[in-house]
Design a protein around this ligand. Structure first.
Ligand code: URA
Length: 289
């Protein structure tokens, strides 16, 4: 097997063992895979390493069909002199009117700005809107969002008491036939100033970064960083303590109590940091019986 393909295979296996089940496939990798397909022995109906992760033909088709878009530089702006509610209102309108965000919407898609309490202690940062969020214009209203609501409720909170926003303000790859891909580096770079301004306005006691995209967006990309190692540890964003934890979609996919317990332990650290009391009953959630 071509050395490049061996490396791809190894990397996919490693990612799979880390719980990653979607990958972005770049042009160079696609070319390698396309070469492998055309030169492969016809008799071998080789399953890909993780067939649900990588479907080269579908990906290649989608990439070919995608319009070539050159991103303008990330937006630069100053927030108006105002209180948090006024600043957030100004920012919301700016993002809803952002031509680049609007250009990336599907036919019935909406820009998803974020929502919650502008004076919240907790700021939950997600990845990007999915289909339901894009349809409603609200963050975390699909299955992952319903799970996030349950986590908040277990903490004695509700979405009205916290703030939640995504790194990306539009649904990525809404026009692709292969589900929702993670945002590209260009997309993240473009939207990041909006998210950073939201965090600056709320000035929460803690930022909770849900999943790898949120962690990479806020802390900067690091190819050696692993969600399994960084989760549950305190980091810092713009002088604010940041807790990295698994994304609720990952929890839904895993559906096992040890991962639930890990996220719950991360949330208990957040509760302690922000002065929320934790009952004995809460402390025992998701412990083996
Ligand atoms: N996943 C996210 O990261 N954000 C949403 O708003 C919905 C799903």
């Amino acid at each position: 097997m071509h050395a490049g393909l061996v490396a791809i295979r190894q990397e996919l296996k490693r990612l799979q063992s880390e719980g990653v089940d979607r990958v972005y496939v770049g042009d160079a990798t696609l070319q390698l895979l396309a070469g492998a397909r055309s030169s492969a022995a016809p008799a071998r109906p080789t399953p890909t390493v993780v067939p649900e992760i990588i479907k080269p033909a579908a990906v290649a088709k989608a990439v070919e069909a995608a319009p070539v878009s050159a991103f303008p530089p990330p937006p630069e702006f100053d927030l108006p002199e105002d209180g948090p509610a006024g600043q957030m209102q100004w920012l919301r309108q700016t993002v809803l009117d952002c031509p680049v965000c609007r250009e990336h919407l599907g036919a019935s898609g909406k820009v998803v700005f974020g929502e919650g309490n502008e004076q919240a202690d907790l700021f939950f940062c997600g990845e990007a809107p999915g289909e339901e969020e894009a349809r409603s214009g609200r963050p975390f209203v699909g299955k992952a969002g319903q799970l996030l609501d349950k986590i908040l409720s277990a903490m004695g909170l509700s979405r009205e008491k916290v703030y939640m926003a995504d790194i990306l303000k539009w649904q990525p790859g809404h026009d692709k036939p292969i589900g929702t891909p993670p945002p590209t580096a260009e997309e993240i770079a473009f939207c990041l100033p909006y998210l950073k301004a939201q965090i600056r306005i709320v000035r929460p006691k803690v930022v909770i970064a849900l999943g790898n995209t949120a962690v990479s967006g806020l802390l900067g990309p690091d190819p050696d960083r692993r969600m399994g190692s960084i989760r549950g540890t305190w980091q810092e964003f713009d002088g604010i303590p940041l807790m990295a934890t698994f994304h609720p979609s990952y929890l839904l996919r895993r559906d096992d109590s040890s991962t639930k317990r890990q996220v719950w332990e991360d949330m208990m650290q957040v509760m302690e940091k922000t002065g929320l009391s934790i009952s004995e009953k809460q402390r025992s959630y998701f412990l083996p019986k």
